[in-house]
Design a protein around this ligand. Structure first.
Ligand SMILES: Cc1ncc(COP(=O)(O)O)c(C=O)c1O
Length: 384
C-alpha cells in the first residue's frame, strides 16, 4: 500500500480481521450493537476497569472525558504541549483552557509533575496526562498532586493500550489510573479499527454520563429499540453522535486479542534499536532507563545540537525510510499562540530545547530485522 522501503508505521491485518468484518456484514446489523457491547466488555476486563465505552475516535473520547468531568468556561486543565493537538483541542471544546506543562527532560518526554504543580491556580480543575510513546507518566506523583489540589485526572492513552504502570499499590494498566482513560484506535495505533476509540472509568456516575453523552444525550439506543426493549426516549443531557459501529468493533475484538503479543514485538524491536544506537554520540535516546511496561508505540530519538533535523530526515527519506516528528509542540501553533497572546503564559524551556531535535524512527510489529538494520545503517551512515 505504500512506496516506502521502511514506512513509519504499518497495520497488521490478517484473515481473522477479514472474517470478523465479513461476519458483521452478513449479520445485517451495522450500527452500535452486540459486537460493540462485546468489544467494550472485553476491553474493560483487559484493563481491569468497571466501564468501557467504544467511541468514534480518540478525540471524541477525550472530549467526552472533559465534558462529563464538568469542565467549562473559566476552568483550566494542565496538559503537556508535547502531544498531538487533539489532547488540547478536546479541552477547548468545553470552553475550558489548556495550561501547557513542560516535559520532565530529554530522558523522559512525559509531563513534569513539578512544573504541573507550579502551574496550578484557583481555576485549575483537572490534569490530562498523555503517556507519550506508550511510556506511562509518573502517575503516583500525578495522583498525589491531584489529591492535594482537588484535581480530576484524565489519561490520554492514545499511545498506551496495554502499557503497565508500576504504581505504589501494585501494577495497573494505563487508563485504569485516573478518573477517565481515553484511547484512540486510529490506523497507526497499537490497536486499530481504522478510526475509533474507547473511554474507560471505574466511576458509576461518570459512566452513566458518558453512556448518555455518547449518543445524543438520549436515554435509549437504536439497538434497544430494535430489540423491543424500548419504544421511546428522552434527551437528558447535551449529547453527541460519538458511537462506534459494529464493523469497527469486530475489528477491535480481533486486534485486542493480538495486542499483548504485538506490544511484546514492539518491545523487542525497541531493545534492538537501543542496542545498536546507544553508542552513537550524535544522538540521545529518550526513555532508555524507563521502567518496564511501555506499550512502545513510538521510537523517538533526539539529535544532538546543532540539529540537522530536516537534512537528516531528507537523507533517510532518500533511502526509502519514513520518519516523523512527535510532536510539533501545541503551544507553538498559531492558533494556540493567539490564546497565549490572550494572557496565557507558555514558558516551556525543556520542551523548547528538544522540539527541534526530535525525530521518530519506524516502529511497528511487522517491522523486520532487515528493515530495522536498514534504518540503523542509514542513521549511523548519516554522520560518516
Ligand atoms: C496523543 C494523542 N491524543 C489523541 C489522539 C486523537 O486520536 P484520534 O485520531 O483517534 O482522534 C491521538 C492520535 O491521533 C494522539 O496521538
Amino acid at each position: 500500500m505504500n512506496s516506502w522501503k521502511v514506512p513509519l508505521a504499518d497495520v497488521t491485518l490478517g484473515p481473522e480481521e477479514t472474517a470478523a468484518v465479513t461476519e458483521v456484514l452478513q449479520s445485517g446489523w451495522l450500527s452500535m450493537g452486540p459486537k460493540t457491547q462485546e468489544f467494550e466488555d472485553r476491553f474493560a476486563t483487559f484493563l481491569g476497569v468497571k466501564h468501557a465505552f467504544a467511541v468514534a475516535n480518540g478525540t471524541a473520547a477525550l472530549h467526552l472525558a472533559c465534558e462529563v468531568l464538568g469542565l467549562g468556561p473559566g476552568d483550566e486543565v494542565l496538559c503537556p504541549a508535547l502531544t498531538f493537538v487533539a489532547s488540547a483541542n478536546a479541552i477547548l471544546y468545553t470552553g475550558a483552557r489548556p495550561v501547557f506543562v513542560d516535559i520532565t527532560g530529554p530522558h523522559d518526554l512525559n509531563l513534569s509533575v513539578s512544573d504541573a504543580a507550579a502551574k496550578v491556580s484557583e481555576r485549575t480543575r483537572a490534569i490530562m496526562v498523555v503517556h507519550y510513546g506508550g511510556y506511562p507518566g509518573d502517575m503516583d506523583a500525578v495522583a498525589a498532586l491531584a489529591r492535594r489540589c482537588g484535581l480530576k485526572i484524565i489519561e490520554d492513552c492514545a499511545h498506551a493500550p496495554g502499557a503497565v504502570y508500576h504504581a505504589a499499590q501494585g501494577p495497573r494498566l494505563a487508563g485504569a489510573l485516573s478518573d477517565v482513560g481515553c484511547f484512540s484506535f486510529f490506523a497507526n495505533k497499537n490497536l486499530t479499527t481504522g478510526e475509533g476509540g474507547m473511554v474507560v472509568t471505574d466511576d458509576d456516575d461518570l459512566a452513566g454520563k458518558i453512556r448518555t453523552a455518547r449518543s445524543h444525550g438520549m436515554t435509549t439506543l437504536t439497538w434497544d429499540r430494535h430489540r423491543g426493549h424500548s419504544f421511546s426516549y428522552d434527551v437528558v443531557a447535551r449529547g453527541y453522535n460519538y458511537r462506534l459501529d459494529e464493523l469497527r468493533s469486530a475489528l477491535g475484538l480481533v486486534q485486542l486479542r493480538k495486542l499483548t503479543s504485538a506490544n511484546a514485538r514492539r518491545r523487542e524491536l525497541t531493545e534492538a534499536y537501543r542496542a545498536q544506537l546507544q553508542d552513537l554520540d550524535r544522538l540521545e535516546i529518550p526513555f532508555r532507563d524507563a521502567p518496564a511496561g511501555s506499550a512502545h508505540h513510538l521510537f523517538p530519538i533526539l539529535l544532538k545540537e546543532p540539529s540537522p533535523r530536516a537534512d537528516f530526515m531528507a537523507a533517510l527519506a532518500r533511502q526509502g525510510i519514513q520518519t516523523s516528528i512527535h510532536y510539533p509542540p501545541v503551544h507553538r501553533f498559531s492558533y494556540y499562540q493567539k490564546l497565549w497572546d490572550a494572557g496565557h503564559d507558555h514558558r516551556l524551556p525543556r520542551t523548547e530545547k528538544i522540539a527541534s531535535r526530535l525525530v521518530t524512527l519506524p516502529l511497528f510489529p511487522s517491522l523486520t530485522r532487515g528493515q530495522l538494520d536498514a534504518v540503523v545503517a542509514a542513521v549511523c551512515g548519516y554522520w560518516r
